[in-house]
Each structure stands twice: as C-alpha cells, then as structure tokens.
Design a protein around this ligand. Structure first.
Ligand code: GLU
Length: 417
C-alpha cells in the first residue's frame, strides 16, 4: 500500500517488540522473521477475449509449529510479496491468540476481480490451486477467503483439489458454501467476532452498544456484516463506505437497505437516505463511538490518528493502523482492539468448519456461535489481562500472547536434524 509504511515493516517491528519483551532466543527470533516457505507462481489463463493473460500469485507459509498453515487468499490489483508475507505472519499470531491448532499463511493473486468475468475468475482460481497442489491440503495448508474472494472461490478450490485427488476433500479449504460442507455462520464470523470484542471493550468502558454510534470503513463481506450485526444488536450505524467513498447520517443508516442499494448500483454512494457523502479518509474522523476499519492496511496513520474521535477502534481489517498511529491513539485513550484479536472470529469458525469436515459432522448455527463466543471472550480476557500485567497496549499484549505461544511450541518441537 502507499502512505509510506509497508505492512511487512510493521509486522517485523511488532515481532521485534514481542521478541524483546519475551527475551526470545535471537536465533528463534531470526527464524520467525522470515516465512518457512514462499511460493511464487505465474498463473496463465485464457481470457474471454481469446488472449492469454498471466497473473502473478504467491502463497506464503509463515509458520506451522502449532498446526497446519492457515490463511486466506486475496485477489487485488495491489497484492505484492511483502504485503502477503506480513499478512501470513499476522495469521500465525492470530491463530495462537485464539489458541486454535494452526500456523499462519496467506495467498495472493495480483488481479482486478472487478474487471474479470466469472469464468475468468474460475479459471484463475483453478489454475492457481493446481500450481499450489503439492503444498496445500487438509494437514498441510488450508486456504480460506480474504479480500475479493468468497465462498464460490473456495468451492472452485475444493473441486480442483478433489479432482486431482480423485475423491471429495472438503477439509482442504474453509469458507465454502454450506452446501459443500461450509460451516454455518462462517460468512459473518469475522464481523461477529469484531462485535463480540467491541461489546467486551464497551463493558470495560462502562458503555453500552445500544445507541452507540458506529462508523464502518469498507462494505465488503466483513464491513457489511459488521454494520448489520451492530445494527441488529442495537447500535446506530452512522457511516459506511466502500472503495468509491462513504455515506454519513448522524441519525443512523439502515445497513440492510444500504446493502440492497450497493447490490443495485455497485456502490454505497448516492444512497438516498444519507445526509452527506464523505471520503474514506473523512469517514475515519467522523464523530462516533466505535470505528471499525474493515478494508485494507494503512488507514489510520500518524497523519490522521490525532483526529480520530471514536472511543473504540475495532480492527476488522488486517493491519489498518500503523505503529505511530498506535502511539497517538493510546495517548488519546482510544480503546484499540488489535486485528489479531478483533478479526480472529473468521479463522476461528474456519477451524470449526475444518473440524466438522474431518469428522463429517454438521453443527447448528447456535452451536457455532456459542463456541465462537466462548473462544473470543476468553482470548479478549487473556489479552486484556496481559495488557494490565505488562502495562502495555492491547496490541502488544496480543502479540506477546501469540508470539509467546508460537515460540514455546517451537522450543518444544526442537530443531530437526
Ligand atoms: N482471511 C481471513 C483472515 O485474515 C480468514 C482466514 C481463515 O479463515 O483461514 O483472518
């Protein structure tokens, strides 16, 4: 991303802080700085126009000390190696913070899905899967959705993988459609997790969700579901945005109607019941109680952090806040729920999906949500308590927990040979 701060520099600086505080062995620190495996692929597909186009793609497998690699696949025109490496590292810590038995990975393909047909996206997904075939699988590396990939993308991955195996392997990927063994509640799990964390944060601040004013940046799956759940739980959604810009109404917007409007027109802009339109940058600075960045990295920086009015920031996206901005928010007493905790609901329900697939079970939505709630509330309490004990931010506390668990696992495994 632009704005001058690279996600990988942020991820490495965070690891360094945690390593220092944990007094980690320097060799182990060195080990965790770089991914275990980096796969780079060129994905050729025939476009609808008849020409061949070649797309750059990668899969970064950061660490698998605690279990198979796990993480989403992102389709975006700005995807690059350093960014995906940072995202893979964050997955490692995230899975450890919620204590699910996975390592961390992330994949990316540099493309513009908005300009591609469904057939082109299917061919891209199948060919990309084929090129990763020897390196993914239910006990190796389990992909999932991320920015601009969805349940349909996961269905194509499952089918391609299964075709090569010769039998159906639903457990090779998560975030599938329920009809293929996708878990109940996976689609909105990331957003539900953010709201569970926000609710816990509100309790600490002696505030209530009911009537709280919420602004959401991004109206993809995570942003829209976050706005919807906030609304359903009694909050007032005062602003939402997508890549084209945002809409604002201090009296509240109905996220369901905004979703219908976006479905019809392609954007949240020009929604008739909005009071005014705002840019994505302006949305972050609006007068509200809870801000949920649910788009890309590097949104809250040293330039705008001082103007954030929200009392709680719930990082639905990965890496939306830079370290300088972290400091400013902390000085201003903004309660920041860090990404590796706030958005861990997605991978948690991915884990439930994988367990259901491996055991050929199907859990009800109630069961999924109950288990999600208990994992996230525990993780939130662990992070909050660690922050108190170490007199540090929730971000650093979450890193201490996540990085600490991974390094303990690595020490227990030892080094082969
Ligand atoms: N892409 C999501 C994330 O960043 C979900 C990963 C998963 O479910 O494996 O957490």
């Amino acid at each position: 991303m632009d704005n001058g701060v690279e996600p990988l520099d942020i991820a490495l600086a965070q690891l360094e802080t945690a390593a220092e505080m944990l007094q980690m062995d320097p060799g182990l620190h060195q080990f965790l700085k770089t991914p275990k495996r980096t796969l780079i692929v060129s994905v050729p597909i025939r476009m609808d126009a008849g020409n061949i186009a070649v797309f750059w793609g990668c899969r970064i497998q950061h660490n698998d000390a605690r279990g198979p690699f796990k993480g989403g696949i992102r389709y975006h025109p700005c995807v690059n190696l350093a960014e995906v490496t940072a995202l893979a590292m964050w997955m490692t810590w995230k899975c450890a913070v919620v204590d699910i038995p996975y390592g961390g990975a992330k994949g990316g393909v540099c493309c513009n899905p908005k300009e591609m047909s469904k057939i082109e996206l299917e061919h891209l997904t199948r060919r990309y899967t084929n090129m990763l075939l020897d390196f993914i699988g239910p006990h190796r590396d389990v992909p999932a959705p991320d920015v601009y990939t969805d349940a349909q993308t996961m269905a194509w991955i499952m089918d391609t993988y299964s075709q090569f195996k010769g039998y159906s392997v639903p457990e090779c990927v998560t975030g599938k459609p329920p009809v293929l063994g996708g878990s109940e509640g996976r689609k909105e799990a990331t957003s539900r997790g953010v709201l569970i964390c926000v609710r816990e944060a509100l309790k600490r601040l002696h505030m209530k969700l009911k009537g709280s004013r919420v602004a959401v940046q991004g109206y993809g799956s995570v942003g829209w579901n976050a706005a919807k759940i906030a609304h359903d739980w009694g909050a007032k959604v005062v602003a939402v945005s997508d890549s084209q810009g945002g809409i604002h109404n201090p009296r509240g917007l109905n996220p369901y109607n905004v979703f219908e409007h976006k479905k019809e027109t392609g954007s949240v802009l020009a929604y008739e019941r909005a009071k005014n339109e705002v840019t994505n940058a302006e949305l972050l600075e609006l007068d509200c109680d809870i801000l949920m960045p649910a788009a890309l990295e590097n949104q809250i920086t040293k330039e705008n952090a001082g103007r954030i009015k929200a009392k709680i920031v719930g990082e639905a996206a990965n890496g939306p806040t830079t370290p300088e901005a972290d400091e400013i928010l902390r000085e201003n007493d903004v309660f920041l729920i860090p990404d590796i905790l706030a958005n861990a609901g997605g991978v948690t329900v991915s884990y439930f999906e994988w367990v259901q697939n491996l055991t050929r079970e199907h859990w009800t939505l109630e069961e999924v949500n109950r288990k999600l709630e208990s994992i996230l509330v525990k993780a939130f309490n662990d992070v909050y308590q660690t922050a108190g004990e170490k007199e540090t931010s929730l971000r650093t506390a979450a890193l201490l927990l996540g990085v600490g668990r991974v390094s303990k696992a690595m020490e227990a495994l030892g080094l082969w040979p």
